[in-house]
Design a protein around this ligand. Sequence first.
Ligand code: 4AD
Ligand code: MG
Length: 478
Amino acid sequence: MKRLKIKEVLAGGQTGQQVLVKGWVRTKRGSKNVNFIALNDGSTINNLQIVADVEKFGENFLKDINTSTSLAVTGDLVESQGSGQSVELNATEIKIYGKADPEKYPIQPKKHSLEFLRENAHLRFRTATFSAIFRIRHAMAFAIHNYFNSKGFVYLHTPIITGSDAEGAGQMFRVSTLPAVDPPMTEEGEIDHAQDFFGRPTNLTVSGQLEGELGATALGEIYTFGPTFRAENSNTTRHLAEFWMIEPEMAFYELKDNMDLAEEFLKYLIKYALDNCMDDLKFLSNRLQQEEKNKPADQRSMELIEKLEFVLANDFVRCTYTEAIDILTNSKPYKKGKFQFPVEWGVDLQSEHERYLVEKHFKKPVILTDYPKDIKAFYMKQNEDGKTVAAMDVLFPQIGEIIGGSEREADYDKLVSRMNEMDVPVEEMWWYLDTRRYGSVPHAGFGLGFERFILFVTGMGNIRDVIAFPRTPKNAEF
Ligand code: 4AD
Ligand code: MG
């Protein structure tokens, strides 16, 4: 008999027939005559109730069926007598694939803290919460490809190992095969990278943008979607050392086109989640409400599905950095000295400022533009005022910055002089500058932090809980 996925079985089309399912036990309840086994195979948040007759299978056999025991069950699918499910499976045959000793199996059917589950990240997929998160993460990855494919963007695979620092922030993990102890040295007393694997210093990429620009200025519109690495020592709920980024890059786009694309893209993904992941979203909404039920009402988050619908229904606010500084310096928390970090024209906005703008002032997602050039990367288009660049950051409630992007400096001379000012190695970047030497065009792009976006969609509070195996300072287990 062909095995069916539980998602399919629960849809009810096979009622009255024999079916075969396979999965892991979530819970088992027993009475003298029957055992009720909740079986899950990862295809849906919902479990299939297996009804096992004690006399038929024997107490001895059934006692080996515990949380996380893996089973194949054949049975008759019938309409359920009990409440809570529409169909159930009257087992005629049960095969145990692997037992799970209830004395040792760490994830018992009770409430575990997210911290505990993080330490058991190898098993946390077996909980309802994490299975929901990872199904949604998958759906969003799929939707991203769908979106760009339907718009004619080319998916470009940019390198993971590179010699350049795209953001110029120096937060790179070195890649080398030289011995860690006594590496070969040059006469000048420096590590001799000429003898290294690539014959030069290399690092893990912090962004695929620079190579993305090479693609976009020939293919028109490209996007990357891959892992990126930042050796920044930020131990926050929003930073990872290894995270996934989506970076579209478009020829002939100016800043406004870039903003329009970012807004349309985010809304497409949110709509896709609402249209395709409702069971999981409802579960996560409930989880969030449980988690926050002891908080005062004004500190609770908006209900998850309502929040997603709210973002869909409203235009993002567009506001310049300079306007934002005005709003912040006129705000109550500023006047009462409640902000931890300073606010004045020229400073980089901290998450407390971004969240004030989004959650308290505008109460909507915000696109901030035209930042001071000194707090942004070398490649951004310089505005006529000589002080700002055509940058844009998309700020979301609870998250802060979810997207960073800009129109790019397309003028060769202006770009080179900015690179010199910012100590970016001009000669080494000859290949990047060739895009400005030969047929340069206005172009723009942005980067969406995939995990930050998944945080938003799932309502989770810690970025470590939306990537399978988080890499953060002092942590690379699994
Ligand atoms: O603002 P960032 O640094 O921009 C770039 O890398 C540009 N090259 C993008 C582009 O224009 N093509 O990073 C983009 C986004 C941020 O808005 C944030 O969502 C996410 O990447 N991000 C991180 N996410 C998790 N952990 C980190 N350490 C992150 N750093 C950035
Ligand atoms: Mg940024």
